[in-house]
Design a protein around this ligand. Structure first.
Ligand SMILES: [Zn+2]
Ligand SMILES: [Zn+2]
Length: 356
């Protein structure tokens, strides 16, 4: 797809302006992004004794959007609204996506797909897209949202996914939310981010290998097998409706980890139907409300794991949302072994969340 047919509010950059590069680890087979354009000064990493609190409403950058970058999609009370042609924010909106003011990845004019080889190392330019999705109210978040408000957020994720995946260099689209300082947010105002990059997450390769082996042995999708077992068993289910189920996974990595799965096998988030979005909204809203109520509004991260738009074969994948409340910190054992110690049985966590 050419630049002209694409979202008119995106700025396109020259090759030399890329703010980051992707470096490949040949052993773990994963990419890391290294900031080059706006890297921090080495001295700035000195730990401050006390981290600053996140900004209040008075100094919130998302209360008045005139200083922000151009919007890429906007909804008002459940309906998509047209964006002004001059790149400004529409008068009325309740959920909006904007170009990130400090993007980690930027789209590049005439991007040439290549990996530079330097001895045993590989580098790729940090080309891509980086957007932020915000909802209107400074304090009200998904745990207090109605089904309609949550559905609108999913509508924005969906609309942006459908557009961003059209660019050839987009091989992975990460949609995620960091809530609170502990979870890595630097702004208090409820927001999520969308990052589209030219590299696929190494976790996807590992997941596909596991799914392939399970499928070869049993003829079914491992996720489908776990979902139908858990629905019958009930002990790990937090919430369920016609199209989605929220549960604490059997092998939870952190206390109160929650996942939301479509009940029907589907590899691609973007294939979700209108009815599916309503059901997903309720599952997401109810799960986050139970976590907020039961655990005293903890910080959390969530992200969508879905088959990437890189032309690969992903029919075996089963997309889902992972929610990781900040109930502990990765320490030496976790970092050294990759084995996490969760401090509550998932069955007890699910039972507790069901009661909220
Ligand atoms: Zn705000
Ligand atoms: Zn499945």
């Amino acid at each position: 797809m050419s630049m002209a047919e694409f979202n008119g509010n995106h700025k396109w950059y020259k090759a030399a302006q890329t703010p980051s590069e992707l470096r490949y680890d040949v052993i773990s087979r994963g990419w890391v992004a290294i900031a080059t354009g706006r890297a921090r000064k080495p001295g700035s990493f000195q730990q401050e004794k006390k981290q600053q609190e996140l900004n209040g409403k008075e100094s919130c950058p998302f209360e008045d959007l005139t200083d922000q970058e151009a919007p890429t999609a906007a909804f008002f009370k459940g309906k998509q609204v047209e964006l002004p042609s001059n790149g400004t924010v529409p008068e009325k909106w309740t959920t909006i996506s904007l170009l990130n003011k400090y993007p980690a990845f930027i789209p590049q004019e005439n991007f040439q797909w290549k990996t530079n080889l330097i001895g045993p190392y590989q580098i790729m330019e940090g080309v891509g897209f980086h957007e932020v999705v915000i909802t209107k109210h400074h304090q009200e978040d998904i745990s207090q949202f109605s089904q309609e408000q949550t559905k609108e957020l999913i509508d924005v994720y969906h609309a942006r996914y459908l557009e961003l995946q059209q660019q050839d260099f987009v091989h992975y689209i990460a949609i995620f939310k960091n809530k609170g300082k502990e979870a890595g947010a630097s702004i208090a105002h409820p927001h999520s981010q969308i990052i589209a990059i030219p590299a696929t997450s190494p976790g996807m390769d590992v997941a596909l290998q596991g799914l392939r082996e399970f499928h070869d042995a049993t003829g079914t999708c491992a996720y489908c097998a776990m979902i139908s077992w858990d629905i019958k068993d009930e002990s790990r289910v937090i919430y369920e409706n016609e199209h989605f189920v929220a549960l604490c996974p059997f092998a939870s990595r952190v206390a109160f980890e929650a996942r939301i799965y479509p009940k029907e096998h589907a590899a691609h988030f973007e294939g979700i139907t209108e009815q599916g979005k309503w059901d997903l909204a309720l599952a997401l809203q109810k799960t986050l409300r139970a976590i907020s109520k039961g655990l005293g509004d903890p910080d959390y991260n969530y992200f969508i794991h879905t088959a990437p738009p890189d032309g690969g074969e992903y029919a075996l994948y089963h997309w889902h949302i992972e929610i990781l409340p900040k109930t502990g910190t990765w320490a030496g054992f976790e970092l050294g072994t990759g084995i996490e110690i969760s401090t509550i049985e998932p069955e007890k966590a699910a039972e507790f969340l069901r009661k909220q």
